[in-house]
Ligand binder design. Sequence first.
Ligand SMILES: NC(=O)c1ccc[n+]([C@@H]2O[C@H](COP(=O)([O-])OP(=O)(O)OC[C@H]3O[C@@H](n4cnc5c(N)ncnc54)[C@H](O)[C@@H]3O)[C@@H](O)[C@H]2O)c1
Length: 268
Amino acid sequence: MTLTERSMLDLTGRVALVTGGASGIGRASAHALAAQGARVIVADINETGGVETAETIGNAAGFVHLDVTDEAAWCRALDYVISTEGGLDILANVAGIGTGGDFEDLALSDWNRMMAVNATGPYLGCKHAIRAMSGSGRPGAIINVGSIAADRAAPDLVGYCASKGALRMLSKSVALHCAHKGYPIRCNAVHPTYVDSEMLDPIADLYGSREAMVQAMSRLVPLGRLAKPADIAAAVVFLASDGAAMITGTELFVDGGHTAGVPPSHFA
Ligand SMILES: NC(=O)c1ccc[n+]([C@@H]2O[C@H](COP(=O)([O-])OP(=O)(O)OC[C@H]3O[C@@H](n4cnc5c(N)ncnc54)[C@H](O)[C@@H]3O)[C@@H](O)[C@H]2O)c1
């Protein structure tokens, strides 16, 4: 990496809030943003994991308890960030949940919960982050972590796909809202393929073991492996940085080629 590239990713002096920071992609994103010089507020309902992330990062990080589905909690969390850090520059909406199974058995409560965490949570985050970012006078960046499920439907993940589809258009619409209002705030989405995180643990039994699951899922990814949380965090850092200054309303698929096309069928 050249000096120029390094300076474009430099986040010194920026303040970031990362939801879902107690685990997986959120934890990796918190570490990666801090490694580029940002101060990071880790936000999660999992206090033990969130505090652990912040403590591992050290002085550059803090923790705030946040249920992303709760608007009053968002207001409290962002008031805290404004009062302690002087403003907010980066919001990474990473928190998410997923349940699957036969669509005809999908309980309304599971549907509502997925929509609440995966779509309503980022909506609340975007809405209130704009307020927190407007005051700083610095450019702001919002990164919403979606999924290839925002682009590729799956018969056994109907609620999850619907919630990530909503998040996809939320991101584009918020980007245009900010541009229309003249706010220096960009909003983009990152769509990962399967990521080797705790989120996959509940489905390991379907394959017999976690190792068998990883092997089977890796075969579906053209690059031949699951993504690591750090792979996704690298995209979050890029979209947060000045290197992405002209990028808004778009999406970055970090999917090892998963959504690029179909597998070879005739001549392989
Ligand atoms: N793991 C994958 O294969 C995969 C693939 C594509 C997209 N994603 C997306 O990436 C994001 C992160 O997933 P991950 O793999 O790191 O999962 P993970 O389960 O490791 O982490 C999710 C985090 O979100 C937190 N969370 C859940 N509900 C919350 C709420 N109401 N308020 C605040 N925090 C809450 C959890 O406590 C946890 O720390 C999710 O949005 C997920 O949909 C994951």
